[in-house]
Write a protein that binds this ligand. Structure first.
Ligand SMILES: [Fe+2]
Ligand SMILES: [Fe+2]
Length: 262
């Protein structure tokens, strides 16, 4: 796990998950150094120790005021409880459904929750953050956000890519590698895209295009400049007609285990 700068006031806290025979996936959280500092997501559950140590290299967790929880999957809630326990001023921005799901594992204190729906804003001192529903997601809780001051879009799982190697800039990937990795990830993470009405989906992609983000910070993609927006949208537009993902079945598993034993 390590950190790098996405923008003067945004740090990326990142690790890479290797998914056997499918590729590597970035798992990103972000620190927005706003007047009231914001942590966007909190890393993977099994990496909490590393995450906390790495986070401290870019901000004292006691200085954080907000966690923007884009959704409650295991690669986003890793250090949530620990951060809340250690910093009494921290509040969690999420949706009503997010509170509901967390109540089944580690209930969020209701006086420390700030509920948003898409289009609603949160004032963090020197800027407002607007909740944005990304066009692809794996969890109905999902709320990305756009920072009105910098124009950066934090897109949660949307625009993620399975890659051979994970660089720090999406622009370091060839068009082919980015597109293939993004399409594959979306068929895994948002398999419902195969059944969407193409015209409705195209207009939803337009909604994101009109946000004119200066940068796209996905939970599962290297940092992408705003100038890469069309490449990212084109790849997503191809997903409904891409081959659906089918995972290995029991016969394949037995073959893999026999191979490993051999
Ligand atoms: Fe997810
Ligand atoms: Fe994720």
């Amino acid at each position: 796990m390590h950190t790098y700068k996405a923008a003067p006031d945004v740090d990326v806290v990142t690790s890479t998950a290797t998914i056997a025979s499918f590729g590597n996936l970035a798992i990103n959280a972000f620190v927005i150094h706003a007047a009231e500092p914001v942590l966007v997501d909190t890393g993977a559950v099994r990496e909490s120790e590393d995450f906390m140590a790495t986070l401290q290299s870019v901000i004292d967790p006691a200085d954080l005021r907000w966690i923007w929880l884009t959704h409650t999957d295991f690669d986003h809630i890793g250090s949530l409880q620990r951060l809340l326990d250690e910093n009494e001023r921290l509040r969690v921005i999420t949706s009503f459904l997010g509170v509901g799901i967390m109540s089944l594992a580690a209930p969020l204190p209701m006086d420390r929750v700030y509920l948003v729906n898409p289009g609603q804003t949160v004032d963090v001192g020197d800027r407002t953050l607007t909740a944005v529903r990304p066009p692809a997601f794996d969890n109905p809780i999902t709320a990305g956000l756009q920072d009105e001051r910098s124009g950066i879009l934090f897109s949660s799982d949307c625009f993620g890519a399975l890659l051979d190697e994970v660089p720090e800039c999406a622009e370091d990937l060839s068009d082919e590698e980015l597109r293939t990795g993004q399409v594959f990830w979306a068929t895994v993470d948002s398999s419902w895209l195969h059944t969407v009405d193409r015209a409705v989906f195209a207009s939803d992609l337009d909604r994101i295009r009109r946000l004119e983000p200066t940068m796209i910070l996905s939970s599962h993609l290297p940092v992408a400049r705003g100038s890469s927006m069309e490449r990212l949208l084109d790849a997503l537009a191809a997903v409904p007609d891409a081959p659906p993902f089918v995972g290995p079945d029991q016969a394949a598993l037995e073959q893999m285990l026999a191979g490993a034993a051999g």
